[in-house]
Design a binder for this molecule. Structure first.
Ligand code: DX5
Ligand code: ZN
Length: 220
């Protein structure tokens, strides 16, 4: 049976009650914490930075999946490792020397991820796929939570899954943006391994139950 990993996005948490929301994820069936770092340059929004991640790390009892939406991410690889990131995902569109960046992330003991914007073709990853632990397929344009899911994502995920299989790689496929109980199953059927969910979890009346429901829905 497939064990789809569920990664609630802390961006949608209540920042005035951050510890409460972190504890909710700790005791829930969620697998990972998804942490969105935005610089206001690569994306048109600024989220939060190092001091907040440091505070989250102190309480988080699960894998910390950091999604960097920043230009020139190489500058901060060591910093994020020191802050407790288990996986570090950089954007394909923000890296001039992606292969080098991936090696640098791994050298710091983290899993290396690459996120691709909705307009970025899967084929561009062909020559580095065996070096990537996780591809984060953006199913919205990065920068904000609560946007609607782009339907073309299913085809992209299928194409990516075929590439991973053809290259005999062990890369995980993560989907980020607009994930709900309406698209979760179909995404997993297309090849997704990790689902990020922000608003769908945190705006729900019962977030813990919503996470548990996503686990059931995606296990088949
Ligand atoms: C968007 C972020 C996402 C976001 C997802 O730029 O990368 O992780 O928090 O939020 P929802 O699930 O609300 O689309
Ligand atoms: Zn994200």
């Amino acid at each position: 049976m497939k064990n789809t990993l569920i990664a609630p996005s802390v961006l949608a948490a209540d920042f005035a009650n951050l510890q409460r929301d972190i504890e909710m994820i700790n005791i829930s069936e969620a697998d990972w914490f998804h942490i969105d770092i935005m610089d206001g340059v690569f994306v048109p929004n600024i989220s939060f930075g190092m001091p907040v991640l440091e505070a989250i790390s102190k309480h988080a009892k699960k894998y910390i999946d950091v999604h960097l939406m920043i230009i020139d991410p190489d500058r901060y690889i060591k910093t994020f490792a020191d802050l407790g990131a288990n996986g570090l995902t950089v954007h394909y569109e923000a890296c001039t020397h992606l292969h080098r960046t991936l090696q640098a992330i791994k050298a710091e003991g983290m899993k290396a991820g690459v996120a691709i914007n909705p307009h970025t073709n899967i084929d561009l990853l062909e020559d580095v796929i065996n070096d990537i632990d996780l591809v984060c397929v953006m199913s919205v344009n990065p920068g904000f939570g609560g946007q609607s899911f782009i339907e073309n994502t299913y085809d992209k995920v299928k194409k990516l899954k075929a590439l991973i299989t053809r290259k005999n790689a062990s890369t995980l496929i993560e989907i980020d943006g607009g994930v709900t109980n309406k698209n979760a199953k179909q995404l997993v059927e297309a090849g997704a391994d990790v689902l990020v969910a922000g608003s769908f979890v945190f705006k729900a009346e019962n977030p813990t139950e919503t996470i548990a429901d996503l686990k059931v829905l995606t296990a088949f």
